[in-house]
Design a protein around this ligand. Structure first.
Ligand SMILES: NC(=O)c1ccc[n+]([C@@H]2O[C@H](COP(=O)([O-])OP(=O)(O)OC[C@H]3O[C@@H](n4cnc5c(N)ncnc54)[C@H](O)[C@@H]3O)[C@@H](O)[C@H]2O)c1
Length: 424
């Protein structure tokens, strides 16, 4: 029996929150989406998606099922559960920036009602739900977590651009109390096939960080091997393909121009910061960060070598970077290493352009303000060198061989290669 007009309110309608809204709407739940950004809520209520791979049809379908978006936090009073999916970036000094989570907790608290469930989904360090979110919710509501309302943590495993259905991805759930955990598990049971209950919110928070640190460290390893093997005249891509035939004890990771996205370059440093409280270093995380952060400069070095082979300098050259998104076939350019390459080349005096079928123009974001408004350019022979940064499907078949411009390929992606083909 329904006790509230909305089964679930989802705060933060971004890459994580919006797919979650759609999944709950598909399950038949009445969903309220809450965001500070009025442009987003208006766009959704008009049936338009601002995340390309989600598509307008999915939004329209959810709207028909009763989904509505709002900027009005007081409506969460009418929801059985409140899920928090707001950003967790780093400050300029690489400390956790929990201001979005804290502001959300403060905004929810006055509207919290006995019996409601609150779940934090944002990626963060172990202890956040209990040490940061719980006190703010209690202070603002006068209610006690675990007694008057339920509190849990459940990390998101969304993989934007990957067709895997959310319902097929097991979901880890930890609660402040066993009752909190069970309440959250019952809610997520509506949309996922397999739940993975753990003993505490901190264990669930730590699980998410382990998953992302695992990726950061392994990507750093292949990036380091890429440079060493290249010096030895060995093709790292061939080596990885061969190693990946081992049926046990090996999982392929692939090198690239550096880390991008809202997760892998950032999340590991949440643990680094928290570990300081215990006087413990996170040496492997920091080393992986160092190696991965150095990758754009390695690529710039390879670009300079490619130009040098044509008796050209970086200064004054026209360079086209392919792929602004940090991963293939999506429009998410957050933390993209392509920006680092662009900036470094421009500092050296090159004229830099980009092509990205998924990012027709650079949107104003939290960073890279100075390049906002630039537009994707066609791939033509009008450049001194082209650099393939992101392996969008469109580039695999593109005829770089006929184009004849030297190509620096960071992804082993181009099939039709020009005579002057470089890996980076
Ligand atoms: N993007 C991914 O692939 C991914 C995967 C797993 C986990 N995560 C984690 O999920 C969280 C959200 O990431 P995202 O990629 O969806 O971020 P996002 O930037 O795409 O979306 C966040 C949304 O929250 C809104 N917002 C910010 N502050 C708010 C507030 N106080 N109240 C209401 N809305 C607010 C923003 O307007 C934005 O629409 C982060 O902690 C991230 O680390 C992301």
């Amino acid at each position: 029996m329904k006790t509230a007009p909305f089964d679930v309110a989802i705060i933060g309608l971004g890459y994580v929150g919006l797919p979650l809204c759609l999944a709950f709407a598909r399950s038949g739940a009445a969903v309220l989406g809450v965001d500070l950004d009025q442009e987003k809520t208006e766009s959704l209520n008009a049936g338009r998606s601002y995340i390309k791979h989600l598509g307008d049809a999915a939004i329209a379908e959810a709207r028909q099922a009763g989904f509505q978006a709002t900027t009005d936090f007081s409506l969460i009073r009418q929801a059985g559960a409140v899920l928090i999916c707001v950003p967790t970036p780093l400050t300029t000094n690489r400390a956790p920036d929990l201001s979005f989570v804290e502001n959300t907790a403060r905004a929810i608290a006055p509207h919290l009602k006995p019996g409601q469930l609150v779940v934090l989904e944002s990626t963060t360090y172990p202890g956040t739900t209990e040490e940061v979110v719980k006190p703010l919710l209690e202070a603002g509501s006068g209610l006690r977590a675990g007694q008057d309302f339920f509190l849990a943590y459940s990390p998101e495993r969304e993989d934007p651009g990957n067709a895997t259905n959310l319902s097929e991805i097991p979901k880890v759930v930890g609660g402040l109390t066993p009752a909190c955990r069970d309440r959250a598990a019952a809610l997520y049971g509506r949309i996922v096939g397999q739940l993975v209950p753990v003993s505490s919110c901190a264990a669930a928070e730590a699980t998410k960080l382990l998953e992302n640190i695992f990726r950061a460290v392994n990507i750093a390893m292949v990036n380091e091997l890429k440079i060493i093997y290249a010096a030895m005249g060995i093709d790292i891509w061939e080596v990885i393909r061969a190693a990946a035939t081992k049926p046990f004890g090996f999982m392929p990771f692939y090198p690239g121009p550096g880390l991008g996205g809202h997760c892998i370059p950032i999340d590991p440093f949440y643990l680094t910061w928290k570990a300081l409280e215990y006087d413990l270093p996170t040496r492997l995380i920091e080393l992986a960060g160092e190696i991965n952060t150095a990758m754009p400069e390695y690529v710039v070095g390879r670009i300079a070598e490619a130009l040098n082979d044509s008796s050209k300098a970086v200064r004054g050259s026209r360079i086209l970077l392919l792929g602004l998104a940090y991963k293939p076939n999506v429009d998410d350019d957050r933390e993209s290493p392509t920006y680092a390459i662009m900036e470094s080349l421009e500092k050296r005096g090159a004229a830099v352009f980009y092509n990205d079928p998924h990012v027709p123009a650079i949107r104003p974001g939290r960073s890279h303000h100075h390049v906002a408004g630039r537009e994707s350019q066609p791939i033509t022979a009008d450049y001194d060198v082209i650099v393939l940064c992101t392996n969008h499907a469109e580039y695999a078949e593109f005829d770089f061989a006929s184009l004849g411009v030297p190509l620096v390929d960071c992804r082993d992606a181009a099939q039709k290669r020009p005579a002057r083909y470089y890996r980076a």
